[in-house]
Design a protein around this ligand. Structure first.
Ligand code: ADP
Length: 163
C-alpha cells in the first residue's frame, strides 16, 4: 500500500495545488495533505484556515485527508506511516530548491522516496505568493484558486485591505 504525503504551506491553496492533489490521489492508496505550521514563514492564513480550505478542496477524494505538522517532514512521514513525499515542479528554480530538500530528506531517511509531479502547463505561473500579491492590490483572484474556496480567500483578502 502506498501512503503518500503532499506537504506544503498552501498559503493559500491554488488551482496548481489542486491539480497536484487530484493527480497524486490517483497514484497513492492514501494521500495526506501536510500543512506546514512554520511561523517563521509568517503565513497570511492561519494553519486552521489552511487546513479548512484544503478539507473543502479535497472533500471529493475519499482517500485524501489533511493534517497540520510542524518540525521535520521526515519525522511527520514516519509518524503517519508514509513512505512517499509528493512535490510539484513548475520551473527550473523550483528544481534547485527541491533537489536539495529531496537529497536532505533522503539522508535523514532513505526509506522515503520523493516523487515529483510536473505542473500542467496551464498552471506553471500560479503560486500562493502570486495570489497573495494580487489580493493585496485588490485584483480578482478568480481562476487562481479553486472555486470552492474562492469566497473564503477573497473575503479574507478584502478584510486585510480594510474593505
Ligand atoms: P512550500 O512553502 O512548501 O513550497 P507551497 O504551498 O508553496 O509550499 O507549495 C507546495 C508544493 O506545491 C511545492 O512542491 C510546490 O512546488 C508545489 N506547487 C505550488 N504551486 C504549484 C503549481 N502551480 N503547479 C504545480 N505545483 C505547484
Amino acid at each position: 500500500m502506498t501512503r503518500a504525503i503532499y506537504p506544503g504551506s498552501f498559503d493559500p491553496v491554488t488551482v496548481g495545488h489542486y491539480d497536484i492533489i487530484s493527480r497524486a490521489a490517483r497514484m497513492a492508496d492514501e494521500l495526506i495533505l501536510g500543512v506546514g505550521n512554520n511561523k517563521a514563514k509568517n503565513p497570511l492564513f492561519s494553519v486552521d484556515e489552511r487546513v479548512k480550505m484544503l478539507e473543502v478542496v479535497s472533500a471529493e477524494f475519499s482517500n485524501v485527508r489533511v493534517e497540520p505538522f510542524s518540525g521535520l517532514l521526515t519525522d511527520f512521514a514516519k509518524e503517519v506511516g508514509a513512505n512517499v513525499i509528493i512535490r510539484g515542479l513548475r520551473m527550473m528554480t523550483d528544481f534547485e530548491f527541491e533537489l536539495i530538500n529531496a537529497q536532505t530528506n533522503r539522508m535523514l531517511d532513505e526509506d522515503i522516496e520523493t516523487v515529483f509531479l510536473i505542473t500542467d502547463p496551464s498552471y506553471s505561473y500560479i503560486s500562493s505568493s502570486g495570489v497573495r500579491e494580487l489580493g493585496a492590490f485588490g485584483a480578482d483572484i478568480f481562476g487562481f484558486v479553486p472555486e470552492a474556496v474562492y469566497e473564503m480567500i477573497k473575503s479574507r483578502m478584502d478584510e486585510i485591505r480594510g474593505e
